[in-house]
Design a protein around this ligand. Structure first.
Ligand code: SAH
Length: 354
């Protein structure tokens, strides 16, 4: 039993079963016992490895993507370079290094991090001393914006529904003695956010929706209604929403029971990219096609970058770069499951890579 199990058992005893979304939010973001309060979560020694932690090339390519958008926007003399959920700060550090030779880009950029974890903020401050933090995207002052988010949306709380006897019920977490376990309760109003084609699925199906993700996609689009901008979202998930249970817990690179050790395992769900794109379009922005990470990275020049880096290395260094390239792009690694989506104001030329 973890410290958080006790807290959740008391909450459930008082309020009744809690939604999967509330459970995820507590497990990940509880101010003392939340998963992201532990700084050891990323990397080979942690629970999972993200693309920027796999290879410096990932952040370098994203940095160049941002520089391209800045030039296309007409090189605004100041803009917010925003990252949602920067983790250890590696992505932004690599982006800034790769863009240091783009004239004017660094002088114009005000680096902003949106981060909920106090622990991770201190790591981010070490890696990117020029960064400023805001609690939410909507707190950042208006202005031209270039935004990136890698493996941020998969950490946002989802609601899950299960179809039984032609009716949707909501999955919730309840107590059985000293244990937490899944249960079903009447569906909340969030069911209305599930797309029609998923709602039409057969008995036994599971549907998921991420209201926090949809509202942030809408907030990104709203920023572009007054000022130019571009956003790049990369994560693992669906290009086309489908029924299915993608809620998962990862600890030390192994899948574990999401209800067994709250606060100690990473909880995530697949991102429904078509729903993010639609939420952004509804607020007036233009969404790109949804492209697999491997194809996106190769289209913006990752192969060429890898060759250039490898040319300076010995055999061992070349093998390492090749294996990083494969990890990021191969269909059986991160290349296909991960997707990229760009959101822009209408009228800005199409972003590279799509
Ligand atoms: N982008 C990083 C880290 C991904 S992990 C990488 O690719 O390595 C998810 C990140 O999002 C963590 O930094 C976590 O603390 C942050 N996060 C998750 N939910 C959040 C929320 N609701 N608000 C702000 N930050 C959040």
């Amino acid at each position: 039993m973890t410290a958080l199990t006790d807290i959740l058992l008391r909450r459930i005893a008082h309020d009744g079963p809690i939604s999967i979304a509330d459970y995820m939010a507590e497990c990940l973001m509880h101010p003392q016992h939340g998963y992201y309060q532990s700084a050891t979560v990323f990397g080979a020694d942690g629970d999972f490895i993200t693309a920027p932690e796999v290879s410096q090339m990932f952040g370098e390519m994203l940095g160049l993507w941002c520089a391209d958008r800045w030039v296309t926007m007409g090189e605004p003399e100041s803009f917010y370079l925003i990252e949602l959920g920067p983790g250890r700060g590696t992505l932004m550090a690599d982006m800034l290094r790769a863009t240091s030779s783009v004239p004017g880009f660094h002088d114009a950029a005000a680096v902003v991090f949106i981060e909920a974890s106090a622990q991770l903020k201190s790591l981010q401050a070490e890696k990117v001393p020029t960064a400023r933090w805001y609690g939410r995207l909507t707190d950042v002052p208006e202005g031209p914006t270039i935004l990136v988010a890698n493996e941020f949306f998969d950490a946002l709380p989802i609601h899950q529904f299960e179809k039984r006897d032609d009716k949707w019920a909501e999955r919730a977490v309840t107590a059985s003695g000293k244990k937490l376990m899944p249960s079903l309760v009447p569906a909340s109003a969030k069911l209305s956010l599930v797309p029609d084609h998923v709602r039409a699925s057969k008995n036994g199906s599971v549907a998921e929706v991420c209201p926090a993700g949809l509202s942030i996609a809408g907030d990104i689009a709203m920023r572009f209604s007054l000022h130019p901008g571009a956003a790049l979202i990369i994560d693992y998930g669906y290009a086309h929403s489908a029924p299915g249970d993608s809620f998962q817990a990862l600890r030390a690179h192994e899948y574990v029971d999401p209800f067994a050790e709250p606060g100690l395992a990473d909880l995530t769900a697949h991102v429904a990219f078509d729903q993010l794109a639609q939420a952004a379009s509804e607020k007036g922005a233009t969404a790109s096609t949804i492209t697999e990470q491997g194809a996106f990275l190769m289209a913006i020049g990752l192969g060429v970058r890898a060759q250039a880096l490898a040319a300076r290395e010995d055999d061992a260094g070349q093998a390492r770069i090749l294996s990083e390239l494969k990890r990021l792009t191969a269909p059986d690694e991160m290349g296909s499951l991960f997707k990229a989506l760009a959101i822009q104001p209408p009228g800005l030329s199409s972003p590279p890579g799509f």
